[in-house]
Design a protein around this ligand. Structure first.
Ligand SMILES: *Cc1c(COP(=O)(O)O)cnc(C)c1O
Ligand code: SF4
Length: 341
C-alpha cells in the first residue's frame, strides 16, 4: 500500500451501509466527531455546545463526505455546525416566525394557502439545518397515530377546494415506506386531490433513500408526484445525489429545488448561478430562493432585502430566465409566498 499522508486519509473511518435507515441512525451528532471527520480543531471555529443543546447537531455521513477537509468555511459545514452566534438574542427573531401555529387547524395539518395544504408527516429530519424555520416547531404536538391521521384525512375529504397535498415535516421521507404507502393510497382515494408534492431534503443528504421501497409507492399512485428538493450549494450534489435524482426523473416525477439565501454560504451570484447550472444538468428546475425567516438563532444567516435584491439582479445576468429561481419571503397571513423584486 502506498503511504498516504493526505488529509483525506482519516475522513470517514467507518464504511457506509447501503441501507438508508442505517445511514440515518449513524448520523454524526457531536461537534467533536464532526470536526474530527474534517480534520478541523475546535479553535478554528466558534462552535457552541449550548446551541447544540438547544437544537441538536445532526448530519449524515454522505453529506459530511462532500465537505472539504480542513476548511472551516466549507459551505456545507456552515449549514449544520452549532455556533455561538445562534445564542445572541435578537428582538426581531422569534420561535414561530411564520405564525404557523395559527394555521395548524388540527394536528398534522398546516392549511394556509388556497387549494393546497401541508401535512406534517414526520417530526424528524435526516439533517438539522441551523437556519431552519421549523427549529422550534411543536412537533411533539403533531406526532400522529393512524387514528389521528384519519382526522386529517377527513379534513381533506371535506374540503373540495383542496387539489394538492404536500408532504412536509420535518422531512416526510424520514417516515417509513409502509406508512407513506398507506397514507398515499388513502389520499389517492379522495377524488378532488390531483397532485402529491413531496418537500424533502433526504435524497440530498442520504441519496440511498431513493430506493425501490420509495419508488414502489411513489410511482404506483394515480396522483401526479412532484418532488421539491432543498439544496443550497452546488457542492451538495455529488454523483450519488445525481443518481438519486435520475431515479426520480426516470420514474416520471417532476423535480424542483428550493434554496435558502444564506450569508457566508451561497450569498454570491456566481455561487447561485453554479447551483442552478448543476441542478439543470441533473434535470432539476430551480423553484424558490427564500429569504431567511426571522427565526431565533438564525439571524447571522440573514441578508437584508436591499443586498438580496442586488445579488438577485446580478444572478439574472448570469442565467437564462428559466434557471433563475423566484426570490421570495414568507410573510405571516399572506395567501402565498411574497415575491421580492
Ligand atoms: C410554501 C408553502 C406551501 C406551498 O406553496 P407553493 O407556493 O405552492 O410552493 C403551502 N403551504 C404552506 C404553509 C407553505 O409554507
Ligand atoms: S431538512 Fe428542512 S425542515 Fe429539516 S432541518 Fe433542514 S431546513 Fe429544516
Amino acid at each position: 500500500m502506498p503511504t498516504n499522508n493526505s488529509n483525506l486519509s482519516h475522513v470517514q473511518p467507518i464504511s457506509i451501509s447501503p441501507d438508508w435507515k442505517v445511514q440515518l441512525s449513524q448520523a454524526v451528532t457531536s461537534i467533536d466527531q464532526l470536526l474530527s471527520c474534517l480534520d478541523l480543531t475546535i479553535e478554528q471555529l466558534s462552535t457552541s455546545q449550548q446551541a447544540a443543546a438547544e437544537f441538536a447537531l445532526k448530519v449524515p455521513r454522505p453529506f459530511i463526505q462532500r465537505m472539504q477537509p480542513g476548511n472551516p468555511k466549507d459551505p456545507l459545514l456552515l449549514q449544520v455546525l452549532p455556533v455561538a452566534a445562534e445564542m445572541v438574542p435578537s428582538p426581531d427573531y422569534n420561535q414561530d416566525p411564520l405564525e404557523e401555529s395559527k394555521h395548524n387547524p388540527i394536528a398534522g395539518i398546516v392549511h394556509k394557502y388556497a387549494n393546497r395544504l401541508l401535512l406534517v408527516i414526520s417530526p424528524a429530519c435526516a439533517i438539522n439545518c441551523r437556519y431552519c424555520f421549523r427549529r422550534h416547531f411543536p412537533y411533539d404536538e403533531n406526532r400522529q397515530s393512524k387514528q389521528q391521521w384519519q382526522t386529517a384525512l377527513d379534513y381533506i375529504r371535506n374540503d373540495k377546494s383542496i387539489n394538492e397535498v404536500i408532504y412536509s415535516g420535518g422531512d416526510p421521507l424520514a417516515a417509513n415506506d409502509t406508512f407513506l404507502s398507506w397514507l398515499t393510497s388513502e389520499i389517492a382515494d379522495i377524488a378532488h386531490i390531483k397532485r402529491l408534492r413531496i418537500h424533502t431534503r433526504l435524497p440530498v443528504v442520504i441519496p440511498a433513500r431513493i430506493d425501490q421501497g420509495f419508488l414502489n409507492w411513489a410511482t404506483a399512485t394515480r396522483l401526479k408526484p412532484i418532488v421539491v428538493l432543498h439544496i443550497n450549494h452546488a457542492n451538495e450534489i455529488d454523483d450519488d445525489v445525481a443518481e438519486a435524482i435520475r431515479k426520480l426523473t426516470g420514474a416520471g416525477m417532476q423535480v424542483l429545488n428550493q434554496s435558502v439565501l444564506l450569508r457566508g454560504i451561497n450569498d454570491s451570484a456566481v455561487t447561485l448561478a453554479d447551483l442552478s447550472e448543476r441542478l439543470f444538468d441533473c434535470g432539476v428546475t430551480p423553484y424558490y430562493l427564500h429569504l431567511c425567516d426571522p427565526v431565533a438563532g438564525a439571524q447571522h444567516f440573514d441578508l437584508d432585502e436591499t443586498t438580496a435584491k442586488q445579488l438577485y439582479g446580478q444572478l439574472q445576468t448570469l442565467l437564462p430566465g428559466f434557471l433563475v429561481p423566484k426570490l421570495v419571503r414568507e410573510i405571516p397571513d399572506r395567501e402565498s409566498k411574497t415575491l421580492i423584486s
